[in-house]
Ligand binder design. Structure first.
Ligand code: ZN
Ligand code: ZN
Length: 343
């Protein structure tokens, strides 16, 4: 089968590999029907993910059809349509039992990083009962494509931010994960949502698709928040952008006693200037997604409460995935997300 492979730092190649096989009683093999490219894939390409192993197939956002299951798999059977979870988790360790699956002692981000991923024709999924979410008949592959990664992240970010209906919520960053976060913040019906985004075409994208949301540039964000909240600032801030100055923007825009949730993955260390924020009494929540709510997310999609299909702006066959990478890496042609289908 064809598989996009991390052959050396700075290089991905579409090469022939054997079709994956079951090697553990909890495995499933999935035939990939749609996959996508994530900015984490670009981090691997740039050699910025030390745990990524040369030789692995990349890709961790995908949906497909179960091809085979091993003896201990009970949640899915061959022929089922499934969304694949970015995180591999055992479901039984100290962290998994508490829902902190990102820190599973025998898992974490494995697919497309430490084991073969899904920008290929087939993929082996370990702990398949945790790693696969059945897709209802009324949900398309495109609707389900982001369930296991960026939508799980947006759902988790909104959940841990403890949003109430009185809140003004600021989301910093309107890239794919920021938009998924926006979809999920809307579920909590806060009084107001403000999205801060530096890129003009992305601001226009938010205006077009989310007319009830305020959209601001970084330079006007703080003033805008203050004017909307009688000078207080945002009740909840979710930082998804990971830019040079967005961490500082996040805590500056937060009102005293706010919750600031940091989803962004920074390329540099950030400064937490505690003397400057003394008395502001902020709560920071940080980290990587605990992607254990995928059944709930797909239910919300099925009920029409979340829809991310408009994030798919470009479509390519697997044989032309390198073109999709170039487009995505250069943010060309207004791309938000690409969908990669089999040839
Ligand atoms: Zn990702
Ligand atoms: Zn675990």
């Amino acid at each position: 089968m064809k598989a996009l492979t991390y052959t050396a730092p700075g290089r991905f190649e579409l090469i022939e590999k054997p079709k994956p096989e079951i090697i553990d009683p909890k495995d499933a093999v999935v035939r990939v029907t749609l996959s996508s490219i994530c900015s984490s894939d670009l981090h691997i390409l740039h050699g910025a993910v030390p745990q990524a192993e040369v030789g692995i197939t990349v890709g961790h956002e995908l949906v497909g059809v179960v091809e085979a299951v091993s003896s201990d798999v009970s949640k899915v059977k061959p022929g089922d349509r499934v969304a694949v979870n970015v995180e591999t988790f055992c479901g039984e360790c100290f962290y998994c039992k508490r829902g902190y699956v990102n820190n599973c002692t025998s898992g974490g981000w494995m697919l497309g990083c430490r084991i073969n991923g899904g920008q290929a024709e087939y993929v082996r999924v370990p702990y398949a009962d945790n790693g696969l979410t059945p897709i209802p008949d009324n949900v398309s592959d495109e609707q389900a494509l982001f369930v296991g990664d960026i939508l799980a992240t947006g759902y988790w970010a909104a959940k841990i931010s403890e949003i109430s209906e009185e809140d003004t919520v600021l989301i910093i960053g309107a890239g794919p994960t920021g938009l998924c976060t926006l979809e999920c913040v809307q579920l909590y019906k806060p009084q107001r949502i403000v999205v801060c985004e530096a890129d003009e075409s992305r601001r226009e994208f938010v205006w077009k698709h989310y007319p009830n949301v305020d959209v601001v540039e970084p330079t006007e964000c703080l003033e805008n928040l203050k004017s909307l909240t009688e000078g207080r600032g945002a009740d909840r801030v979710i930082e998804v952008a990971g830019g040079e100055e967005t961490f500082e923007l996040a805590w500056r825009c937060a009102r005293p006693n706010a919750i600031v949730t940091i989803v962004a993955l920074y390329e540099k260390e950030q400064i937490l200037p505690l003397p400057w924020m003394y008395g502001k009494n902020l709560t920071f929540k940080t980290g990587g997604v605990d992607a254990c709510d995928c059944d709930k997310i797909i239910q919300l999609i099925s009920e029409g409460k979340i829809d991310t299909t408009h994030l798919i702006t470009h479509r390519y066959p697997l044989s032309r995935i390198q073109e999709a990478y170039t487009l995505f890496a250069n943010r060309a042609d207004g791309v938000i997300k690409t969908a990669i289908h089999p040839d």
